[in-house]
Design a protein around this ligand. Sequence first.
Ligand SMILES: [Zn+2]
Length: 327
Amino acid sequence: MGALTLETIRRAPKVLLHDHLDGGLRPATVAELARESGYAKLPTYDVEELARWFVVDEPGADLVRYLQGFAHTTAVMQTRDELERVAHECALDLARDGVVYAIVRALLSAMRQAELSETIAQVAVDFRDEGVCGFDIAGPEDGFPPTKHLRAFHLIQREDFHLTIHAGEAFGLPSIWEAVQFCNAERLGHGVRIVDDLTEGPGGTRLGRLSSYVRDRRIPLEVCPTSNVHTGAAASIAQHPIERLRRLRFRVTVNTDNRLMSGITLSSEFADCAAAFAWTLEDVQWLTINAAKSAFYGFTDRLALIDGVIKPGFAALRAELEPGREV
Ligand SMILES: [Zn+2]
């Protein structure tokens, strides 16, 4: 079989665990909502120019520059109507991209540098039966360790609720260690700096204690390759640690992070990785099942998703692409 095309990947059933609502608006919607609400600070109201402005891909860009676009997107997401429109369009855009499960069931993120984490954790718990599936913290890692938010994490744990933490993106192992061992993160947002705990030797790759723990416990890594390139956490897709981690069989998942700021879709992200690492449809399926197993979703629902949607979807695609082959 030849290289995987974007179109084939788009038709495959996919699962998305890490996609920020305020990082995935349509540029036209940003411009329209800004006009309607009288928000005057957009750099341009021309939709194409705006789309280009949001994509931060100049060399040397870092996380802080990357986060600037959010001042504009959050400014036009302040009313119930605005939020409903953005969430509705997000669900439509993901469905059109072949995403069969996404955190459009909301996962509430607090910011590391702010003081609101406990309040947001409580809101997440209060609305767990109305579509909220868990809690997260995001934002700059350096200087804002996750242990600053222990009260929020303990609240989530006391309530038997779900927790993921952005850790190991721009910052290294201490951030991952705190997230896993002090805060009890069930998943790691990014987590790719876990490669700092790997050493190459004559006998192959050696895992240190933390990376062994993360792999042994099957702690999911919500990897976002293009986002990492745009924030300077990786030099290019081809040099991104996702392939090394996948080959070592960490619980790797592929995610978009911020579709607007990275100018991507989940399908394009898979296609770029497939081109760089010669991924097959089987590889895409393995990564998708990893994501489905890691979703903050009931066990029987996850099984139904995997056995009723993902496996048959990939089997049908394989049968079409390779007629005559056992699927
Ligand atoms: Zn993120």
